[in-house]
Design a protein around this ligand. Structure first.
Ligand SMILES: NC(=O)c1ccc[n+]([C@@H]2O[C@H](COP(=O)([O-])OP(=O)(O)OC[C@H]3O[C@@H](n4cnc5c(N)ncnc54)[C@H](OP(=O)(O)O)[C@@H]3O)[C@@H](O)[C@H]2O)c1
Length: 299
C-alpha cells in the first residue's frame, strides 16, 4: 500500500501518520502550508491545497498512491454555515477533484464523513439509513458522498464518524474532551447541553478503522465511532468524575438557548455491527481513552 493522506496537520491526519509510521506502511502526508506534525518526517510531507488542481495533480503524479485517505475538510460547522461557498469548495468540489485523480491512478479513495448527514430524529444509525442534512456542513458532506455513491467502480469507501477527540500537535482547533478538561480544571461553572446525544470517538480508534478499510480492501460505507452514545452533559460529567472534580458546577442547558449559526442533529450515534464484523473494529471506552491522554496523566 502507498497511502496518500490529506489533512495530515489535523487531528485524524496526525493519528493516521503515526499509525503508518508504527506499522511500516508507506505514506505521503499532505496538508495546506507547512508540516506542523513533528511525528511526520519532512521527507514524507508535501504542501497540497486540495482546492488547487495543480497541487493535486503534481502530488498524484509524483507519489502514485494505491490508496487515498481524505481527512482534510472545513470542519467548523458554524463557519461552514456562515461561508457556504467556501464550504462547498473545500468539502465537495475538492472531493470531486481528488476522487477523479484517484480514479485516473487506479487508487482506492476514502472519504471521511459525518453523523451530521442524518437529522438526529432516530439515533443509532446504520450505514443504510437515509440521510437528511440540517446544515451547510452536513449538505456539503452529503453532496461529496453522492459523488462516490454514483460511481460503480466501488473502488471507494466512506468512513462516517462522530465528534472526534484526542491530542495532537499544533491543531488549528480544539475538541470537546480537551476543551472540557481545561474548563473543568479552571473550575468555572459550565453550561452544557443535555439534549444532544453523540458517540464520542477516540481519534486513534478511528485512524485504525480507516487504515483497516484500506488494508482489507473494503468498499462502501462504514460507521466508525465510540462504543457509547451519551448526552454532551453526561460526557462532561464523566470526564469530571474521571478527573476527580465535582460535577456541581456543571449545569444542564437546552440547545434552543444557544445562538449557533448551524443547526445540529439531536441524537446521532451509530450502529457498529458492520464495522465490528467486517473490520474487527472495537473502540475503547471513554475512560480507557482518558487514561491514555498526556494532558490528563501529566497534571
Ligand atoms: N472532528 C470531528 O468531530 C468530526 C466529526 C465527524 C466527521 N469529521 C470528519 O473527519 C475528518 C477529519 O476531522 P479532524 O477532526 O481531523 O479535522 P481537523 O483537525 O479540522 O483537520 C482537518 C485538516 O484539513 C486541513 N485543511 C483544511 N482546508 C484544507 C485545504 N484547502 N487543503 C488542504 N488541507 C486543508 C486543515 O488544515 P489546518 O490544520 O491548517 O487548518 C486540517 O489540518 C474531516 O473530514 C471531518 O469532516 C470530523
Amino acid at each position: 500500500m502507498r497511502i496518500l493522506i490529506t489533512g495530515s496537520n489535523g487531528l485524524l491526519g496526525q493519528k493516521i501518520v503515526r499509525q503508518c509510521m508504527g506499522r511500516g506502511i508507506d505514506f505521503c502526508a499532505t496538508s495546506k502550508g507547512d508540516n506542523r506534525n513533528p511525528d511526520c518526517p519532512g521527507d514524507r510531507y508535501v504542501d497540497m491545497d486540495i482546492t488547487s488542481d495543480s497541487d493535486v495533480f503534481s502530488v498524484f503524479q509524483s507519489y502514485q498512491p494505491t490508496h487515498v485517505i481524505h481527512t482534510a475538510a472545513m470542519t467548523n460547522v458554524d463557519q461552514c454555515e456562515l461561508h457556504p461557498e467556501e464550504c462547498k469548495l473545500i468539502n465537495t468540489a475538492a472531493v470531486d477533484r481528488l476522487f477523479h485523480a484517484s480514479k485516473s491512478f487506479n487508487a482506492h479513495f476514502q472519504l471521511l464523513s459525518t453523523d451530521f448527514v442524518f437529522d438526529g430524529l432516530k439515533g443509532d444509525y446504520a450505514e443504510s439509513d437515509l440521510v437528511h442534512p440540517l446544515s451547510e456542513y452536513a449538505t456539503s458532506k452529503v453532496e461529496a458522498e453522492k459523488i462516490l455513491l454514483a460511481d460503480e467502480s466501488r473502488n471507494w469507501s466512506i468512513a462516517r464518524t462522530i465528534i472526534v477527540f484526542g491530542e495532537g500537535h499544533q491543531l488549528s482547533r480544539s475538541n470537546i474532551v480537551l476543551w472540557a478538561v481545561e474548563a473543568l480544571r479552571k473550575g468555572d461553572p459550565l453550561n452544557i447541553v443535555d439534549d444532544q446525544f453523540r458517540a464520542p470517538t477516540w481519534a486513534d480508534d478511528l485512524a485504525w478503522g480507516c487504515l483497516e478499510i484500506c488494508r482489507k480492501n473494503r468498499s462502501g460505507i462504514f460507521h466508525l465511532c465510540g462504543p457509547e452514545t451519551i448526552s454532551i452533559y453526561d460526557l462532561v460529567c464523566r470526564i469530571a468524575v474521571y478527573l476527580g472534580i465535582s460535577t456541581d458546577g456543571i449545569n444542564r442547558i437546552q440547545t434552543n438557548t444557544l445562538t449557533q449559526a448551524a443547526k445540529r442533529p439531536a441524537k446521532t450515534g451509530f450502529n457498529l455491527s458492520k464495522s465490528r464484523s467486517q473490520l474487527g473494529y472495537s473502540p475503547q471506552s471513554l475512560e480507557a481513552t482518558l487514561a491514555q491522554m498526556k494532558t490528563i496523566s501529566n497534571k
